[in-house]
Design a protein around this ligand. Structure first.
Ligand code: DMJ
Length: 713
């Protein structure tokens, strides 16, 4: 059976779409009928984006069941298979662990075949999965069940199952035990609270959904995205557990991973699988070697079968994922069939891939290339950057879709939210990953940030907050004052770029420090405050998926004077609240990490305690409003602007991989993962920085450009 339905889209759609469309329509009609119709098209697109980025059950994604998509699915069944070799290899080296040694060996890879790097010649002898296909996954049974459910639904047999309102009574006494004001904060204790939240989440998953790719903490059920599971939650959470030194849980996860096989006839998202699974495995490999004292692995005996498990799995997965790059242009296809080693174009947008998704694979593939000495991983990932850059976009701002066939952009929509975000993030991180040796990426980042200032930055009214808007119709079209929560990776990333990971105080002493760095730090501070305002504005203290802002017509330019209030007055009538708006269909909170991610960078870089305090306040809001009452873990919210909130019954894998990890790092001491030694991938998986050595180089140069960044033809 060939299920061309990577993340349960078709399996879930009939029932959830029926239910959700009905209930949402009712709410929206009464609340905001006019607004809903005006924004309908944009919203359904955004819903698709959210699904792609978070893999929550598609409750508001009507387009997934549309006839065109089904037709495409059928057509896909006829696609030729491009088989790839490269699975078998054997092993001679012991796992000596630390990267330096690996790099030395990689450097001499092709000189002496007897000194192969780590995993190279290791047998792939994993037992085949013993799991039988569950009866409910069989087509005919599924069809009948769906029909029955549809009828039951039609006759009103179901209430609102997932959208459960919960009591907002705090679960933990420490949340209510007296005021903390006046006391000196005990950050170690606060960090321990994060570990408690993590273990509660993990243990609930382990109890109710072990081995499943998705976890629904209220209904206490798991769900697979591939026939035998992908390790979606286990692999994504692994390095957080290593950092938290949760040895027995890491051990259990590792044992499960040893039985995991990616040899499954399953289409998956190239991007999501790379950042979460490949990134997770590589980071676990890095951390377990770099910090052997954290969650030590008794069974990882040098020379014994199973050593380098994470790297072996990463290499096997990468051999499958790398087929996505086998397009005419070298720009990867949106999906890959893991079992068939076959890249596949997107279902919609004329087959175009998301720009961010094609340019957010490089850290992972380059580190893997460095570890394994397999240069083609490097070359394939790098080629994408050249093709993207050869489009010669104005001021470094890229449209959010790109065709894998010819490497040209589709449409003009420019944003730093979904489908655009991590293109910019990985520019600066690629520069940092290879120890600032690849200047081309710094140049591209600088150009883009100039473009952001020139075309996307404006200030709100009446309180003059700084925002990054969108240009849905290209740079000649109007500025839309809309910010996805996703954009909140920017303050931290701007600060990281300005200092290279040093503290601001250290960076200022460097001869390279300029007025531009100074201005960038100021921009980072202002955007950080705006992102924090998104949390303060909401009833639960947890940001909405999308926030709109009140701006002038025409929008104020970046050069306009502005001075937002330093504090967010708690008064419900406070003036600053007029600058923010959240539409009723955007009130959900998916446990996303971007703001706490930026708080972490801002705290490390500026040393301003307010960022830690904001993080603590945010953490308490998560504890207060997202905890599932009976030890079930934590859930994303359908409506975070209501107390008690409406729950979604889904615990995102990035809650464990990112959000809680960033809280943990924010409350930890600064010497845990020093920012000038590592890069953190877009899914919060830390990877080391390294020198390129002899084997690798930047294999391309930028074409000459004019002052707008356009290529001089
Ligand atoms: C994560 O998968 C990653 O952070 C990605 O870059 C964006 N979307 C989610 C979290 O919001």
């Amino acid at each position: 059976m060939n299920v061309r339905d990577p993340f349960g889209i078709h399996r879930k759609s009939a029932l959830s779409i029926l239910k959700t469309t009905a209930s949402r329509a009712a709410i929206d009609l009464t609340e905001r009928a006019v607004e809903a119709s005006i924004h309908a098209i944009e919203k359904s697109k955004q819903a698709v984006d959210e699904f792609d980025m978070s893999f929550s059950v598609p409750k508001n994604v009507p387009s997934f069941g549309n006839p065109q998509r089904m037709m495409e699915d059928r057509a896909w069944g006829n696609t030729a298979v491009t088989a790839r070799g490269g699975k078998g290899s054997s092993h001679t080296n012991k796992n000596s662990g630390i990267l330096g040694e690996v790099q030395e060996r990689v450097g001499s890879l092709f000189d002496d075949k007897n000194t192969l790097p780590m995993y190279k010649d290791k047998p792939y002898a994993y037992p085949p999965s013993q799991r039988a296909r569950p009866i409910w996954r069989r087509k005919r049974v599924l069809g009948s069940v769906l029909l029955l459910f549809s009828l039951l639904y039609y006759f009103g047999a179901f209430g609102r199952h997932h959208d459960t309102a919960v009591s907002s009574t705090p679960i933990w006494s420490w949340l209510t035990s007296g005021s903390e004001s006046g006391k000196i904060a005990d950050w170690t204790k606060r960090r321990d609270r994060v570990v408690e939240a993590f273990t509660l989440s993990w243990d609930a998953y382990e109890r109710y959904a072990w081995g499943y790719d998705a976890f629904h903490p209220i209904s206490k059920k798991g769900e697979q995205m591939a026939p035998q599971g992908m390790g979606w939650i286990i692999v994504d959470a692994l390095d957080t557990m290593i950092l938290m030194n949760l040895t027995s849980r890491v051990s259990h996860a590792r044992q499960w991973i040893s039985t995991l096989s990616y040899d499954q006839d399953q289409d998956v998202s190239t991007f999501e699988t790379t950042i979460r699974m490949l990134g997770g495995l590589l980071s676990a490999h890095y951390l377990s070697n770099e910090f052997p004292e954290l969650a030590p692995l008794a069974e990882d005996d040098p020379g014994a079968p199973g050593e380098d498990l994470y790297l072996e799995k990463a290499k096997d997965l990468a051999d499958r994922l790398v087929t996505a790059f086998d397009s005419p242009s070298g720009v990867p296809y949106a999906s890959v069939n893991l079992g068939k080693y076959e890249g596949l174009p997107a279902h919609d947008e004329g087959g175009a891939s998301s720009t961010a998704e094609t340019t957010t694979l490089q850290l992972e593939f380059k580190y893997l290339a460095k570890l394994t000495g397999e240069k083609y991983f490097w070359d394939k990932a790098e080629k994408v950057m050249e093709v993207v850059d050869n489009n010669g976009v104005e001021d470094g701002l890229v449209p959010i879709y790109i065709y894998a066939n010819d490497g040209t952009f589709r449409g003009h929509n420019i944003r730093l939210g979904s489908r655009g975000d991590s293109y910019y993030e990985y520019l600066i991180k690629q520069y940092l990953q290879t120890n600032k040796q690849e200047l081309v990426y710094l140049e591209m980042w600088d150009e883009s940030l100039r473009g952001v200032r020139k075309h996307l930055i404006t200030y709100t009214e009446p309180s003059e907050f700084t925002i990054i808007g969108e240009r849905p119709d290209g740079l000649k079209g109007p500025l839309s004052p809309k910010m996805d929560h996703l954009v909140c990776f920017m303050p931290g990333t701007i600060a990281l770029a300005a200092t290279g990971g040093l503290t601001e105080a250290e960076a200022k002493k460097q001869p390279t420090w300029t007025n531009k760095n100074e201005a960038d730090m100021q921009l980072a501070r202002e955007l950080m405050q705006t992102c924090w305002g998104m949390y303060k504005w909401m009833a639960t203290g947890l940001a909405a998926e999308i926030t709109y802002f009140n701006i002038a017509t025409p929008p104020l330019p970046e050069s306009a004077p502005h001075k937002p209030p330093a504090e967010f007055n708690e008064d419900p009538e406070a003036r600053w609240r007029k600058d923010f708006t959240v539409h009723s269909m955007d009130t959900h909170n998916l446990q996303r990490p971007e703001t706490v991610e930026s708080l972490f960078y801002m705290w490390r870089i500026t040393g301003d305690i307010k960022y830690r305090e904001w993080g603590w306040e945010m953490f308490k809001s998560f504890m207060n409003h997202t905890a599932v009452q009976d030890g079930g873990g934590f859930s994303s919210l359908s409506n975070a602007n209501k107390v008690p909130p409406v729950m979604r019954d889904n615990m995102e894998s990035f809650w464990l991989a990112e959000t809680l990890k960033y809280f943990y790092l924010l409350f930890s001491s600064d010497d845990l993962l020093p920012l000038d030694k590592i890069v953190i991938n877009t899914e919060a998986h830390p990877l080391p920085r390294f020198d390129m050595g002899q084997l690798f180089s930047t294999g391309w140069k930028r074409k000459p450009r004019d002052s707008d960044g356009k290529i001089i033809r």
